[in-house]
Structure formats: structure tokens, C-alpha cells
Ligand binder design. Sequence first.
Ligand SMILES: [Ca+2]
Length: 205
Amino acid sequence: MKYSMQSIVIVVCVLALGTVGICQITSASEGVPFEGEQAKNFGGSSPLVIPAAAFSTKGNNAGSHNFIWFAGFVKGTALSGGCIQAPVYLPRWARVYQMWTSFIDADGSNDAIVTLTRRAHADLGDIDQMGWLTTSGSDTGITSFSDVSITEPLVMLHDYSYYVTTCLASENLKLYSVRLYFTEETIFVDAFERGDTSGWSVVSP
Ligand SMILES: [Ca+2]
């Protein structure tokens, strides 16, 4: 493992003094001091919230959904059968471990399925489903549904693009947001964490 002297100093300082207010916290990437109680470049950006407004038509039935601005949800319309999608801008090397959605499923006849997929840039038709969840029942309140078992969780940029999608079969299905929880892993260019030690030598260079 490799630690910068700066990181060690910060950890020791925080542990010893019990408060970050006494220690100067410095951004590792830019070297900008902690100012005005706003940390620079803090990496704790999980969860990624994909708002309802990010969703657009797949093109098969553009009138099948409607974004409601005052309330912040997208709902189905009487022109049922259309599906919507949204891009997912996860950071490189993130590891996704849960997907949640806030939904009103007040449709006793239909549910909605939300899927998370990745699509390869180099291989035509190479699509992997990473997660999916379904709404259920019929309730006029906002309910959270989840998938806590994500496959292909490591975000590999630039090899893939990432999307979420769903279909809203009626006006009684309303999507508020999709939320992706992930960890951000430190992966060094020497590939130690991935097990690729081919670039390493047995003697000190
Ligand atoms: Ca339902």
C-alpha cells in the first residue's frame, strides 16, 4: 500500500486533535487549502441521483410519458407502451452496489421495471444488464424500491456507456428518481489492486 506523506499527516492530525477544524485539510489533487468550510474535490459523491427530468423517450412512443415540472416526476400517459431512458454518469472505477428508485405505483394492473445496463463501445451489440428492480402493488404514496445485487459493478470508462431505463404503462406510474450507490476505489496506475503485477520487478529499481 502506498500513502502520501500528506495523507499520513492529515490522519494523524485528525486522530490526535479530534477535530478537522484545527488541522489544515488540503485537496490531494489540486493542493487547494480548505476554505470557507467547503472542501475542494471531496470524493464522496455517492449516491448518484438521476432525476426524472434526465429521462427521454426511446423513440418508440414519444407521447407515452410526460415530465411534471412542478412535482418533479415523469409519468405515463394514456398513450401507453412507450419506454424512457437516461444516461448514467458514474465516475471511473466506481463500484456500484445498490440501485434504488422513488416511484408511485398506483397501477393495480401494471408494474414498472427499472434496469441498469452498460453498453460496450467497441463491440456491436455487447450489452450487459447490471441490475434491475420492479415496482409492485398499488399505492398512491411514494415508495422506494431497490436492487441490492449488482453484476458487472466496476465502472470501466471509457470501455462502456451506462444507462437506466424503464417503461411507464399508465398515468398511475410515476418515476421520481433513480439512485445509484457506489464506492470509489483507489486504483494505482501500477495495477497493484487489480492483481496485474507484470510491471513490477523483484528488485528495487
Ligand atoms: Ca403496480
